[in-house]
Design a protein around this ligand. Structure first.
Ligand code: ADP
Ligand code: MG
Length: 267
């Protein structure tokens, strides 16, 4: 850290220089991402720009080739990190588990366990992975399910639910892990248009409650409304970042301008 870098005591996540290739395809070319406590960051960019790979890297579903990730109540200060991984060095199973303990992912296609009831889907991580008492995990799960209007679906299987209901279960499953950071990967893009609103309104409520989150989305209106900061990626780099109103309302970079214009014409 140079003397010009102020210590930022409110960072939950601080990622630096993340790189990742799949074979000869270089997907991330040095991604920096800071997220402050209670902040909502919208990650936008064209298909194939590396957005999903960034989220998956923060959740230990992909292991970057290089770069660092720090988590903590104050990840920007030397004593405030409770996890620091350097992907340039050896990263083991325990490191990946520690990463997964701090972030939780909501997937584009919900990724619920098809053979498990709603309640089991939600309690599986807390009980099996986090080793929390089953009764406590179930009570938490039911409280969270009621919050999104799905308590009466506790014994249903995913195939018996609408896409919007499945995604609300996906969100509850992430919340049940009590993560420091929620990661949403295009949470509404697989939904029929009439079901998008119910999921966006849950995410908006979580933002208002102060959850810290990174949301990959093409819903630019939603991003403008809910996100504090927008990060625009293209070709594995961050092209532009800043307050949502600035990046979406008055983008500076040509690539950002083109992208925002194109998306707005699609809707
Ligand atoms: P985005 O979410 O912005 O659409 P992704 O992160 O999904 O972008 O993908 C970026 C690039 O990485 C794409 O070219 C994609 O084909 C490639 N990619 C992603 N995951 C894998 C993987 N597991 N194996 C090989 N290539 C991958
Ligand atoms: Mg993606």
């Amino acid at each position: 850290m140079s003397p010009t870098d102020p210590v930022d005591a409110s960072l939950v996540l601080s990622a630096r220089g993340l790189t990742k290739s799949f074979g000869s395809n270089t997907v991330l070319r040095g991604i920096d991402l800071d997220v402050r406590r209670g902040q909502v960051v919208a990650l936008i960019g064209p298909s194939g720009s590396g957005k999903t790979t960034v989220l998956r890297s923060l959740n230990g579903l992909e292991v970057p080739d290089g770069g660092t990730v720090a988590f903590g109540a104050s990840a920007g200060s030397p004593g405030g990190k409770d996890l620091e991984l350097d992907f340039g060095g050896a990263v083991g199973k325990r490191d990946i588990a520690a990463l997964r303990d701090r972030s939780a992912m909501v997937f584009q296609h919900y990724n619920l366990f098809p053979h498990m009831t709603v309640l089991k889907n939600v309690t599986e991580g807390p009980v099996q992975v986090q080793k929390r008492p089953k009764a406590e995990a179930q009570a938490d799960a039911l409280r969270l399910l009621s919050r999104v209007g799905l308590a009466e679906k506790r014994d249903a299987y995913p195939f018996q639910l609408s896409g919007g209901q499945q995604q609300r279960v996906g969100i509850v499953r992430a919340l049940a892990l009590k993560p420091q950071l929620l990661l949403f990967d295009e949470p509404t893009s697989a939904l029929d248009p009439e079901l998008v609103g119910e999921v966006l309104s849950v995410i908006k409520e979580l933002a208002e409650e102060g959850w810290t989150m990174v949301i990959v989305t093409h819903e630019l209106g939603f991003a403008r409304h809910v996100a504090d900061e927008v990060v625009f990626m293209d070709g594995g780099v961050v092209v532009e970042r800043g307050p949502a109103a600035e990046v979406l309302g008055a983008p500076q970079q040509e690539r950002t301008k083109q992208f925002v214009k194109r998306i707005q014409h699609e809707v």
